[in-house]
Design a protein around this ligand. Structure first.
Ligand code: F6P
Length: 365
């Protein structure tokens, strides 16, 4: 049992959902109760629930069976922040900082510390809360794997596995029709999902936001491929990829969201242009939110387990304003600021990128 002064922890999941969130919740609940005798409450719908003063008790019984389930039993939101709440006054929309109310709600519920499972946006809110005196520890999650400070985030490997499975299926139909198949994958402004899925799914071309592409080079590569090695091609495009000198393709702007831009549509554009440039039949498919669904695969479950255990330990040891992080096969603590609103991109010397290049995969550069 714990000698710590912590009696009650609140946990919330914020931002876009992903597989493995429930595994993290279960791990936190088990560790808190069994190892330290600490009570746990869940906050519905991320920071929105905190603002609305909502808490639900979590225990060993009501979290049984959630471990392998996709999504989050708590709900999540990637449009709400207590630091900028839209209010309409006199017919005009303004934004209010209502973070003090959140602190009041935590006090009233007698919550001693919080564990926040989220990506860069959610961790930015957590860090801002920590600066106001809230005892917070972050757990990194996002299918995009773009959170600074950690090599891997919960949800990433499941998204990659889903994409690889789709690519395997697209190979056979592309081969039968001798087509170019363009596959658009999520990932925001980072190409992690596209790179890993392209490597694992044996793509011929991978277009990522970190490398501006030139489509004429891609077309020349594909034509050469067609004449010398294989009669069909798989092109993976990250939703944030953009042509040299051009811009990203935006599918939606959500004004009230902390992250206003939603990307999407680049796959169709690339397919259309590649068909023209190569003169070969081309089709596009967007996997979209499929990548966020389904049960977590093995590595995500293990990562979520380790992150949950480490986060509760950090709370008990009083190491606040920190985030658990996966580095060199270890789970370490980094300052929460490291992940708060900060992203990690693929560098030119990434071993994964270099491996793809050595395999002859084209990046449009
Ligand atoms: O951050 C996760 C993510 O799935 C991104 O890959 C994608 O750009 C975005 O969220 C989609 O957001 P929404 O669920 O609001 O459409």
């Amino acid at each position: 049992m714990s000698k710590s002064t912590i009696r009650k922890i609140a946990i919330l999941t914020g931002g876009g959902d992903c597989p493995g969130l429930n595994a993290a919740i279960r791990s936190v609940v088990q560790t808190a109760i069994l190892e330290y005798g600490i009570q746990v409450v869940g906050v519905p719908d991320g920071f929105k629930g905190l603002l609305e003063n909502k808490f639900v008790p979590l225990d060993l019984m009501n979290t049984t069976g959630i471990f392998a389930k996709g999504g989050t039993i708590l709900g999540s939101s990637n449009v709400d922040t207590p630091f900028s709440v839209p209010v309409v006054k006199g017919g005009e929309k303004t934004y209010e900082d209502r973070s003090d109310e959140v602190i009041e709600h935590l006090k009233r519920e007698r919550v001693d510390a919080m564990i926040v499972v989220g990506g860069d946006g959610t961790q930015a809110m957590s860090h801002a809360m920590a600066q106001k005196g809230v005892k917070v520890v972050g757990i990194p999650k996002t299918i995009d794997n773009d959170l600074n400070g950690t090599e891997f985030t919960i949800g990433f490997f499941t998204a990659v596995a889903t994409a690889v499975d789709a690519l395997d299926k697209l190979h056979t139909t592309a081969e039968s029709h001798h087509r170019i198949m363009v596959v658009e994958l999520m990932g925001r402004n980072a190409g992690w999902i596209a790179l890993f899925a392209g490597l694992g799914g044996d793509a011929d071309v991978i277009l990522i936001p970190e490398i501006d592409y030139q489509l004429d080079k891609v077309a020349a590569f594909l034509n050469d491929l067609h004449h010398t090695r294989k009669r069909y091609s798989i092109v993976v495009v990250a939703e944030g990829a953009k042509p040299l000198g051009g811009d990203v393709t935006v599918s939606k702007v959500i004004e009230d969201s902390p992250e206003k831009i939603r990307l999407g549509g680049i796959g169709q554009r690339v397919a259309h242009d590649l068909e023209k440039l190569t003169g070969r039949e081309t089709r596009a498919i967007t996997l979209g939110h499929l990548l966020r669904g389904g049960p977590p695969e093995g590595f995500d479950r293990i990562l979520a387990s380790r992150f949950g255990v480490a986060a509760v330990k950090a709370v008990v040891e009083g190491k606040y304003d920190t985030m658990v992080a996966y580095r060199n096969d270890n789970v370490e603590l980094v300052p929460l600021e490291t992940g708060a609103g900060k992203n990690r991109f693929i560098s030119t010397d990434s071993p994964f990128l270099l491996a793809a290049r050595k395999r002859g995969i084209n990046f449009g550069d």
